[in-house]
Write a protein that binds this ligand. Structure first.
Ligand code: OAD
Length: 239
């Protein structure tokens, strides 16, 4: 029933925002942050402590080792049917914006050309000296921390760490799109982490219909939203 309603709403939509979280990659084998997955602790250290701005200052080499471990796991993951469906939607609506909290790069790999990555990307480094951004390929680094090609400074992972702000430009771009949306599709997020979780709220405040796809919907869209309790890879191809 809710799938049919969502299909109707989408068939009339002109401006669509898709907002994704870790759950969209769950069926690709990427563990979510909340709700298990076994990667909350690495070498006896808490993942939140490792992925923190403080740790970059204290032990950049350790941060890189942790990110190399994560990149190695991700290198074996492929986009699933949900990523592919979202990529195909780019050409389906007059205006379409994909906003993701994920750093795994799987939307890119599925063919989405312009994802707004609010929390950065694990496949990119950023120079601590000159701020240059450098794509990182699949192979592990021989030397860590790797050096910047432009100035020789140390690179850090280009992701938002605990204790850091979101990139202002990306967030503003996402907010602007949310302010124009008539439909917002929220996929696979607990919608607990702010300010990223403001994006569906901005859509709802503007009067957009919020469609949520999650085996355990967060209810972020409020009582007027369409909640579809199901897995992203099962539901999105149907929409
Ligand atoms: P969470 O781990 O908080 O939430 C994952 C959500 O995905 C949960 O609501 C699950 O019910 C849902 N889920 C699980 N399997 C699913 C499936 N197959 N299909 C659809 N949904 C499924 O992840 P996020 O909301 O993305 O920030 O977490 C937000 C931010 O918290 C992350 O970006 C990260 C973390 O702090 C940074 O790293 C800066």
């Amino acid at each position: 029933m809710s799938i049919k309603r969502a299909q109707e709403v989408l068939s009339l939509a002109r401006s669509v925002v898709v907002f994704t979280g870790a759950g969209v990659s769950a069926e690709s084998g990427v563990p979510t942050f909340r709700g298990g997955g076994g990667t909350a602790v690495w070498r006896g250290m808490d993942a939140m402590q490792l992925s923190s701005a403080r740790m970059v200052g204290e032990d950049l080499k350790l941060v890189w080792e942790w990110f190399e471990y994560r990149r190695d796991l991700l290198a074996r993951c492929e986009p699933n049917l949900a990523h592919l469906a979202i990529a195909a939607w780019e050409s389906r609506f007059p205006e379409f914006t994909l906003v993701t909290q994920n750093v795994d790069g799987l939307h890119d790999k599925a063919g989405s050309s312009a994802a707004i990555e609010l929390h950065g990307n694990l496949w990119r480094g950023r120079c601590l000296e000159c701020s240059s951004r450098v794509p990182l390929d699949m192979t592990p680094h021989v030397e860590i921390p790797p050096a910047c090609r432009d100035c020789g400074g140390n690179l850090r992972p280009d992701v938002v760490l605990f204790g850091e702000y979101l990139p202002a430009e990306s967030f503003e771009k996402a907010r602007e799109s949310a302010g124009r949306a008539d439909v917002c599709l929220v996929v696979g997020t607990s919608a607990l982490v702010y300010p990223a979780a403001e994006i569906p709220l901005v859509c709802a405040q503007r009067g957009a219909t919020v469609i949520e796809v999650n085996p355990e919907p967060s209810g972020i869209g409020g009582s007027r939203s369409i909640m579809i309790a199901g897995r992203a890879g099962d539901v999105l191809p149907l929409l």
